[in-house]
Design a binder for this molecule. Sequence first.
Ligand SMILES: [Zn+2]
Length: 255
Amino acid sequence: MNKISNTDTVYLDNDDVYINGVNYKINVYFMNRKTITGSVEDDKIIIKIPVYFSKEQKIKYYAKLREKLIKRIIDGKFYKTLNFFNNEEIIIMGKPIKISALFDSKIKRTSINFNGNLLSLKIPIKYKDTENEYIDKIVKKFLSKWAYPILKDRIEFLNDRFFRFRINQIIIYGPKKTILGSCNYKDKKIYLNLRSLFAPSDMLDSVIIHELAHLKYPNHSKKFWNLVLSVMPDYKTRKKWLNRNIYNLGLPIKN
Ligand SMILES: [Zn+2]
């Protein structure tokens, strides 16, 4: 990946943009690719431009995409990195869960207790200085381990009930990646983002049904949609909810 060079900065504005109190740094890369693409990641705007575009093309498409990405930020339509902090409340499969950490000078190892609505951590005092990073790391590790059998069971349950397709492997990934689910039709693999755990169960099911249906039809053909709708007639209503809320899944509840 080539970072913007000095000669390029002359005609491409790689300045920061200031939106709603946050400074977003624009990072431009010239790459060996066919189309221009961009994304917003926390406080970074990333724009990738085909290296062989003419100077005029670079300027034109950059300006267009820059506007589009700024609008996306203003509308809040971008994925934020998930971080878990002490005393925050998050929603897992529709249920509010509070994170509560206690520091103890008498213990050597961290212990976690999850009773369904309280995730309580007991942490050795030595981690107090790096409290935020430590709690975030521990909660993420715990959640991905805890969620794996739950998500796997749900996928298998829905498959047994509606499809009985062959599944070779279920892979839970993320939540750094942005796509909630995907399917490898050829290898019969189902991928599910840990981020989907933060959606209400009905919405999680709609993601799973979509991916399972791809085990039979790899494309979004009429047959594919007929299959989805035959087992989940209100799929579109659920999808609408997801489209509206997808960028906030897993973020702490603001009180
Ligand atoms: Zn699809």
